[in-house]
Write a protein that binds this ligand. Structure first.
Ligand SMILES: [Fe+2]
Ligand SMILES: [Fe+2]
Length: 165
């Protein structure tokens, strides 16, 4: 069993994860159009990961005999700035997602729902990694000052080197 409050919050979180997937796919499309295949590939892997986060919440709802209700996914932006500005956006977005997960965690604690707390531990750990990854890339982009050779180096040797899974 799951309270109505937590059911609603988790369904909203599914939408946020799928929006994240869509946002990163839009960023991938931008980088593909800019001939930065390494950045595009990083974003496609990120989009797939966000989809799997949404599915993890989806499966949880059925594990606890609750139910999924899907709502419309907002359109992501269609134009983006420099790689540095994009990673500022990624970091800000991940921080919002972290805050949202923390709110669900607080609600689960307040309702004395240990199974939901436990399920959220995975996401809390994951968000630490998500923010760190975005911050690391942002730091490297700042170091390169959006210099085209620096960006091309990162495209090939850093972003393009990310493995799936
Ligand atoms: Fe996520
Ligand atoms: Fe994320």
């Amino acid at each position: 069993m799951l309270s109505d409050t937590l059911k609603k919050a988790i369904n909203e979180q599914i939408n946020k994860e799928f929006y994240s997937s869509y946002l990163y796919l839009a960023m991938a499309a931008h980088f593909d159009a800019q001939a930065l295949p390494g950045f595009a590939s990083w974003m496609k892997l990120q989009a797939a990961e966000e989809w799997s986060h949404g599915m993890k919440f989806y499966e949880y709802l059925y594990e606890v005999s609750s139910s999924v209700s899907l709502s419309s996914i907002a359109a992501p932006p269609s134009s983006f700035g420099t790689p540095g500005e994009i990673f500022e956006q990624v970091l800000a977005h991940e921080r919002e997602v972290t805050a949202s997960i923390n709110r669900i965690y607080e609600a689960a604690k307040a309702e004395k729902d240990p199974k939901t707390e436990l399920m959220l531990h995975w996401f809390i750990t994951e968000q630490v990694e998500e923010e760190k990854n975005a911050q690391d890339i942002l730091d490297k982009l700042r170091m390169s000052g959006n210099n085209p050779f620096g960006v091309m180096f990162l495209d090939q040797h850093v972003l393009g080197a990310r493995k799936g899974g």
